[in-house]
Design a protein around this ligand. Structure first.
Ligand code: GTP
Ligand code: MG
Length: 171
């Protein structure tokens, strides 16, 4: 009764991509904060869906903190990878970090689901989720379930579709 399956999720992606804004949006409105600042190190957050209770490791995407990510890979049961769709200059950096993640020994041989949020879709020069998917070569990921959604974390558009997919795959 009221018991939900617990799932650990790692929220990864470059700094300024919108990870903390997204996680904040997934929390109940009375738990949401107004002012979001760049994450230092990482922060542990929780949100629930109809059948699951998610514990999120919201990692800092700043270069100096990215070496922290791998320490949590073993505990992660799913990954949310956030991309700033308008940051064309750093798309190659996002791809490098994704490739490093996919080749890590604690990730490489696991069928861990990855949910990609092609965020900041509201920006005038944002790439489409199809284009983001192509630039990150997502079609090469054949041994893990993955899904990409176009999102606007400021309004919440697209987030529910992604969470529904995640719930279906880990639930
Ligand atoms: P780090 O903690 O440094 O790794 O960054 P982060 O990925 O957690 O990014 P954060 O959520 O702090 O958001 C960075 C900035 O992007 C903030 O000013 C957000 O308001 C803004 N932002 C987040 N999502 C969106 C979006 O969908 N559209 C627009 N226009 N801005 C967004
Ligand atoms: Mg953050």
């Amino acid at each position: 009764l009221g018991l939900k399956k617990e799932v650990n999720v790692l929220c990864l992606g470059l700094d300024n991509s919108g990870k903390t804004t997204i996680i904040n949006r997934l929390k109940p409105s009375n738990a949401q904060v107004q002012d979001i600042v760049p994450t230092i190190g990482f922060s542990i957050e929780k949100f629930k869906t109809s059948s699951l209770s998610f514990t999120v490791f919201d990692m800092s995407g700043q270069g100096r903190y990215r070496n922290l990510w791998e320490h949590y890979y073993k505990e992660g049961q799913a990954i949310i990878f956030v991309i700033d769709s308008a940051d064309k200059l750093r798309m190659v950096v996002a791809k490098e970090e994704l490739d490093t993640l996919l080749n890590h020994p604690d990730i490489k041989h696991r069928r861990i689901p990855i949910l990609f949020f092609a965020n900041k879709m509201d920006m005038r020069d944002a790439l489409t989720s199809v284009k983001v998917s192509q630039l990150l070569c997502l079609e090469n990921i054949k041994d893990k379930p993955w899904h990409i959604c176009a999102t606007n974390a400021l309004t919440g558009d697209g987030l529910q579709e992604g969470v529904d997919w995640l719930q279906g795959i880990v639930g």
